[in-house]
Ligand binder design. Structure first.
Ligand code: ATP
Ligand code: MG
Length: 273
């Protein structure tokens, strides 16, 4: 009998990239062969299904499991391109208040027996849906954007996570939507400042990326195309989650050699060879 590792992806401020990160981290783990279930806890405002390109496959939702209308196996959607990646969809018509914490935790317990990883996409805010999703998790990823309001709200969430019994070493931070030009000019909060403010380790730095925006619109997580630079960041994140010691600087190094100046210099140096 399997006992899944349960990870909640959460944030203080909304719209920072939780759903995008759940889809890509989940798909990247599944690429390695492990069985992954993504749980959309954003009842009423679901969109993990869209990011995964599965919105047309939803017949039943988590509400049907909770209300006893369908078994969880029947509700799960298997990704057609990645057979060990599954989604437990949220209902569009229910509200978060309709999900009792004990019901949510019963469903996640049942899933735990059949999966290696359960990754929960927490809704924005710190109300019922957020509470339900952190209660069932043993680890958390807190997503921030490198902006002050995002960090102060994340700090508040960190406090709630610890009060709910999550071990501080099980709480990690991902900095998302980093504008590389601002970072280079020292105009953004840096990794060390964010780590100090949140007393937590950063396990990933993801740039603001057109590829991510396009992939969300197409319903194909970026990691499905391993050649994209941003996919390499998700690869690093998942390897770090598994204990590999990859320096965090590696995430952005991949993007350094992108500017027109570099292309010009490398063009000249190729001609000289
Ligand atoms: N690294 C990135 N580069 C560019 N765009 C991104 C990146 N990450 C996320 N986005 C975009 O930001 C928007 C919000 O992302 P997402 O829905 O994942 O955030 P969220 O935290 O789940 O939001 P909510 O709190 O509403 O659930 C989306 O349009 C997504 O395409
Ligand atoms: Mg979301």
């Amino acid at each position: 009998m399997k006992k899944a590792e349960r990870i909640v992806v959460t944030s203080g401020k909304g719209g920072v990239g939780k759903t995008t990160i759940v889809a890509n981290v989940g798909a990247q783990i599944a690429k390695g062969g492990e069985k992954v279930c993504l749980v959309d806890a954003d009842i009423g405002l679901r969109n993990l299904d869209i990011v995964l390109g599965l919105e047309n496959k939803i017949v039943y939702t988590i509400m049907d499991v909770i209300n006893g209308f369908a078994d969880v196996e029947k509700v799960l959607i298997r990704h057609p391109r990645m057979k060990n990646l599954y989604l437990l969809p949220a209902s569009q018509i229910a509200t978060k208040e309709m999900v009792d914490p004990s019901d949510f935790s019963r469903v996640v317990d049942e899933l735990s027996e059949d999966f290696d990883y359960i990754i929960i996409d927490s809704p924005a805010g710190i109300e019922r849906g957020f509470k339900n999703s952190i209660m069932v998790a043993e680890k958390a990823i807190v997503v921030v954007n490198p902006e002050l309001p995002s960090i102060t709200d994340a700090d508040r969430v960190m406090g709630i996570l610890e009060a709910e019994g999550l071990q501080s070493h099980g709480i990690k931070v991902i900095i998302n939507r980093i504008k590389l030009n601002l970072l280079k000019n020292g105009k953004l909060l840096g990794r060390e400042e964010i780590e100090n403010a949140l007393s937590s380790d950063v396990i990933g730095m993801i740039p603001d990326s057109d590829d991510v925006i396009l992939s969300v619109n197409e319903g194909v997580p970026v990691v499905f195309n391993g050649n994209l630079k941003v996919s390499k960041v998700f690869e690093n994140i998942v390897n770090r989650m598994k204990g590999e010691r990859i320096p965090i600087e590696e995430d952005l190094k991949i993007f350094e050699r992108e500017g027109i100046f570099y292309r010009f210099v490398s063009f000249l140096s190729k001609r000289r060879r």
